[in-house]
Design a binder for this molecule. Sequence first.
Ligand code: NAP
Length: 305
Amino acid sequence: MSSTWHILGAGSLGSLWACRLARAGKAVRLILRDPQRLAAYQAAGGLTLVEQGQAQQHAIPAETAAASGPIHRLLLACKAYDAERAVASIAPRLARDADLILLQNGLGSQDAVATLVPHVRCLSASSTEGAFRESDWQVNFAGHGFNWLGDPANPAPPAWLDELVDAGIPHQWTPDILTRLWRKLALNCAINPLTVLHECRNGGLLEHRCEVATLCAELADLLKVCGQPEAAQALGEEVERVIQATSANYSSMYQDVRQGRRTEIHYLLGHACRTAARHGQPVPHLERLYRRLVEQLNARGLPSD
Ligand code: NAP
């Protein structure tokens, strides 16, 4: 079986993974959006990773989805709202024994992708690493963190985890990846939308403790109802800890809105509200928060789906 890492999406996280794997000597190929993006990438000469102020360029080969040849391992590194379309474009090249690693934040896109490619093993990742694009094809590794990987349908770890060790990508295999994804979603729902509505840094929410606590209580009840009691444990305390520890930071959603970029709200707060409705679980404060956020996005001319 080919051991090439195909990486779809050379944005922040995709570039971070691609550069670390390439510098560890692993075979990596980027899959870019279209011939224009491919030409721009080729003109730049490669991907540059900036780490602790040091920039290093990696001339990683790239192609578009329209190239030929089977893919046995694909890291999907686009945003949640692009995941289905991106996978549909590459589906004919995915081998029957392929592993598809989904890096998307939130929930909902993973199931949608798995339905599109039922012959492929879909693994999910939950990452606390932080990276941002300084410019096209140049990514800054801003926050060290960790990656949890797992497959809700199959607890057996894949053989290629050793390659992540070689590449210095911190990770752990967990059969409870859904719990991780739900916990991260809940933290996001309790913090990020409020930072947009109150136009504040994470620490600004210390002045809105009651509002945060009400959301945490609803989220914890929802997690229990939808079979994720572990993700509900001490949620309020962790949210408070995260707010304190990141008080000087602007949340990712705040930054997206400020910079006029589409958010992943549909896969975060939207997913929480849809799941609650499916279970008949009342979540009035989450629903109100969702409505206010959608209004705010619409007022700024940003999509809310
Ligand atoms: P990003 O910087 O916006 O990168 C996404 C990339 O996907 C872009 O380069 C985009 O191409 C590419 N793309 C979209 N559709 C494509 C297609 N059909 N074919 C090829 N490429 C396609 O996003 P990101 O920050 O890396 O985030 C990716 C996911 O990781 C998100 O769900 C995010 O929430 C999650 N995450 C990110 C971080 C972080 O620190 N950045 C941390 C944890 C989790 P163009 O460049 O052509 O637009």
